[in-house]
Each structure stands twice: as structure tokens, then as C-alpha cells.
Write a protein that binds this ligand. Structure first.
Ligand code: GLY
Length: 352
């Protein structure tokens, strides 16, 4: 069992323990008086874990409501958000009640944003059911929905009251979804912990999930504590994301986020070596580790396609882009790059 305290503007605990899912209600009852708990989940996750979570909450004295959305990024929009809000209002939820986000990043982001805005803010609990959500999106309080013109364009910073992570749930994931999370895990090693990065090559993530998740959450805690509002150092967590998002966009979101982040990390590391920021040996290390987790390292899209997609990112304001650039395995830095230079970086990263 690992418990990690997150000293954010509203502090909370990340609890990571194999087999902890049936004990959520008991733990939550120590944090809040009996109330209504609205479980928000999706059609893939709810049949797998919904009954366990709802029974646990009911046994602990909560009145439980459930709202289940179709699975996938398409649910992370204003229409679904509106439906969740109507559901909460129709059921008379009050500020003293709680939302439970039972799912991966989509459910966590959507439920978090509903919690941030319903009645101007009610508490919510993150119960991540994917590795990617466990190591990244469930921690740090970034909540959002997508607009037609871009991802995560409407959102809020709203910290959860608790993150309850059962690695046994993640271990039953389809292989591709698990590998998605492995890309984010590798990101943490490349970003800030060379020893962890090299361990991932010798000891597969799946064999020591609790420790791996805890290591990533501790790194995220340290970054988020320093920069909760994403104005500086938190942007380092976007390692591999600028070019990864461009690949995702080019694929029409048919390629998964983690796979695109893997490609983005490989491109930026190759570019960093080519432009003199890191050594060629670092490129070999990154490509080999990604490949050992059966993650891709090359863009299926052309230089012009990626440049166009990267420049159309609605989160790029002005003419400068902050790239997260590896200096060695375990050390990265933010480099301000004029938008006109992006093509040179992509070409240096091996995109043709
Ligand atoms: N997922 C990146 C962040 O939380 O800042």
C-alpha cells in the first residue's frame, strides 16, 4: 500500500493499493458525512467495476446514483457535460454530496469539470481504471471537455478530494490500453529519473505496478506542488505531447493518446540529439525502451502534415512554442521555439 499526500491548494491523498476497490466506501465515509455519491462511469468500465464500487459505497451508508456514458473521447464534450449536469440537478445533488469518477482520463476529466462547475463546485473522487489515468490525469486537478476545434479547451483547475487507485483493476486492461499508460510512465523516467527509466527496461511495468504508479505520482506531486496552475514547470509534463498531439490530430483521434505520446517523445529526443541538446546514446535508449513496450517511434504522417497540425493547436498562443527537450535521460528543459522553427525541429526528429 502506498499513500501519497498532495499538498495542493486543497490537499488530498492518493491511495494506491492492490485490492482496495471494495474498500472505497469505508474510506470515503471517514472523509465525509453520509451523503449522495453520484458515480459517473462509461460503458466499458461500469460493467467491470461498477457493482463493486456501488456496493462498497452503499455498505458505508452512501445513497448511490449512477450515470454511465458511452466509452471514448467522443463523450468528452459539452453535450455529455450538459447531460451530466442535468442529471445532477434532477437528482437534487447538493454541495455536501460527492461525485465519483470511475474510469480513465475521459471520465476523470469530464467528471472533474462537472464537479468544478456544478453549484460552483462540489467534491469529487478520482477512481482511475487505466494506467494512464493512474499515473497522470487523476492527479493534479486538471479537468476539461473538448470543443469541436480542439481538445481540453474548456476546463478548470479543481482538485479531487481523494484518488483511489487499485492496480488490480488496471492489470485487467486490454493490452493496447495498458501500453498507452506505459508511454506516460516512460515519460516520467525520461523527464526526471534516469534510474527509474533504466529500471523500466529490466523490470516490466506490469510486474511492479504499485511501485511504478507511486513513483510517477510522486514526481507529478513535486511538479504540481510547485506549479499547480501550469504556468511554468508543470509544462514539463507535456514531454512528447506537442508532436504527439499533432500525430493524434492527423489521425483524426483514431490513434490512442499514449501511442502518440510515444511517437512524440521519440521525435523530440531525435531532434534534441540532432540539434545538440543531448547525445545520440539517449536516442537509442529512448527508442529501445519504447520498442520494448511495443510502442511506436515513427510518425505515420509527413513533415507538412505534422507541422500543419502542430501549428493549428488552439492552445498555441502567439508565435512561440515551448518544447520540452531532453538534455539526457532523466533531465529535460523547456525551450522556447519560434513557430517558424517547428519544421526544422520535426525534420531533425526524423519526420520526412
Ligand atoms: N497531464 C499533464 C498535467 O497534468 O499537467
Amino acid at each position: 500500500m502506498k499513500t501519497i499526500e498532495i499538498p495542493a491548494s486543497t490537499p488530498y491523498t492518493v491511495h494506491i493499493q492492490q485490492g482496495c476497490l471494495p474498500h472505497l466506501g469505508q474510506h470515503l465515509s471517514q472523509l465525509t458525512a453520509p451523503c449522495t455519491a453520484a458515480v459517473i462511469s462509461d460503458e466499458n468500465v461500469f460493467p467491470r467495476c461498477g457493482e463493486t464500487v456501488c456496493a462498497s459505497l452503499q455498505e458505508a451508508g452512501f445513497y448511490v446514483l449512477t450515470y454511465v456514458l458511452p466509452a471514448g473521447e467522443a463523450s468528452k464534450n459539452l453535450a455529455s457535460y450538459g447531460k451530466v449536469m442535468e442529471f445532477l440537478a434532477e437528482n437534487h445533488l447538493r454541495r455536501s454530496d460527492v461525485l465519483i469518477a470511475l474510469g480513465g482520463g475521459v471520465i476523470g476529466d469530464l467528471t472533474g469539470f462537472a464537479a468544478a462547475t456544478y453549484l460552483r463546485g462540489i467534491p469529487y473522487v478520482q477512481v482511475p481504471t487505466t494506467l494512464l489515468a493512474a499515473v497522470d490525469s487523476s492527479v493534479g486537478g486538471k479537468t476539461a471537455v473538448d470543443l469541436a476545434v480542439g481538445k481540453n479547451l474548456v476546463g478548470a483547475f479543481w482538485q479531487p478530494s481523494l484518488v483511489w487507485c487499485d492496480p488490480d483493476v488496471l492489470a485487467t486492461l486490454p493490452d493496447a490500453i495498458f501500453r498507452d499508460g506505459c508511454a506516460e510512465v516512460i515519460k516520467y523516467g525520461l523527464l526526471g529519473d534516469a534510474a527509474f527509466f533504466h529500471q523500466l527496461g529490466c523490470h516490466p511495468v506490469s510486474e511492479h505496478l504499485e511501485e511504478v504508479i507511486a513513483r510517477c505520482v510522486i514526481m507529478k506531486r513535486d511538479i504540481v506542488t510547485e506549479d499547480e496552475r501550469d504556468r511554468g514547470v508543470r509544462q514539463l509534463l507535456n514531454l512528447g505531447h506537442t508532436f504527439g498531439h499533432a500525430v493524434e490530430e492527423c489521425s483524426g483521434y483514431t490513434l490512442s493518446h499514449g501511442h502518440c505520446v510515444a511517437i512524440g517523445m521519440a521525435i523530440i529526443t531525435r531532434a534534441a540529439a540532432e540539434l545538440g541538446y543531448c547525445a545520440a546514446a539517449d536516442v537509442d535508449a529512448v527508442e529501445q525502451l519504447l520498442e520494448s513496450y511495443h510502442l511506436p517511434t515513427a510518425s505515420p504522417y509527413s513533415l507538412s502534415q505534422l507541422e500543419c497540425a502542430a501549428l493549428s493547436d488552439k492552445k498555441i498562443f502567439g508565435s512561440t512554442i515551448h518544447l520540452v527537450v531532453p538534455e539526457s535521460v532523466g533531465h529535460c528543459r523547456l525551450v522556447a521555439v519560434p513557430a517558424t522553427e517547428l519544421r526544422r525541429w520535426l525534420a531533425a526528429g526524423g519526420v520526412q
